[in-house]
Design a protein around this ligand. Structure first.
Ligand SMILES: Cc1cc2nc3c(=O)[nH]c(=O)nc-3n(C[C@H](O)[C@H](O)[C@H](O)COP(=O)(O)O)c2cc1C
Length: 197
């Protein structure tokens, strides 16, 4: 697939096989994240990849525990790959993905959120190219906002002053891979040089 086909093919996967992602593939995906554009060239984001199923499940549950349903803009995400918004019985915000990468960034840096999501986007595209399913998940800061969460960050060597901005779930899609979603029309305008004449 060329890059544009890949961009159109990529979907958020929320149903995973138990099969683990190879370490070599994971490191390739992480490297793609590390090469993402980043504000001021500061390379401030940091990735922690979790591969222990019990830890992934525990942090995934912490992620759901922090979901504030009153702040959601919609209550429908996907019929084929239901999210925790679609299915309130789901207990983990990581959907059983065998590998979960937490992306941390400096809390007091203005562009830490876009930095982390640029990193995440590079990672999901690299995963798609390898035939690995992925999903970006939010609520990073809230997920670790507990004594246990802070203890984990310390154990993983996350520097003081950093917070999680998002997660990238990785694994193999269980069942049919979802079809491309049609794009909502009317979402762009091109202003040519002669538009005002
Ligand atoms: C900023 C951002 C936050 C997201 N947060 C979540 C999330 O917390 N949980 C989840 O299941 N999907 C999350 N997603 C994935 C979106 O739901 C998904 O990209 C969207 O529904 C479009 O579907 P597609 O990725 O399959 O094209 C997030 C995506 C972005 C860009």
């Amino acid at each position: 697939m060329d890059l544009f086909e890949l961009i159109r093919y990529r979907r958020s996967i929320r149903k995973y096989e138990g099969r683990q992602v190879a370490r070599e593939d994971l490191e390739h995906i992480i490297e793609a994240g590390l090469y993402a554009p980043n504000a001021g060239g500061g390379q401030r984001s940091m990735i922690v990849a979790l591969r222990d199923p019990r830890l992934v499940e525990a942090v995934g549950r912490m992620n759901v525990g922090k979901l504030d349903r009153s702040r959601l803009s919609s209550n429908y995400v996907s019929a084929e790959q239901p999210s925790i918004i679609d299915d309130p019985t789901l207990k983990s915000g990581f959907y059983g993905a065998p590998t979960v990468c937490a992306i941390f960034a400096q809390a007091n840096f203005l562009y830490s959120i876009p930095d982390a999501f640029c990193c995440a986007e590079n990672m999901v595209l690299a995963a798609t190219e390898l035939g690995i399913g992925s999903c970006i998940v939010a609520r990073g800061e809230e997920t670790f906002n507990s004594d246990y969460g802070r203890q984990l960050m310390q154990e993983w060597g996350v520097p003081a002053g950093y917070v999680a901005r998002c997660f990238v779930l990785l694994g193999y899609c269980k069942g049919d891979y979802p079809a491309p979603k049609p794009r909502r029309p009317g979402r762009y305008t091109v202003v040519e040089a002669n538009s005002h004449s």
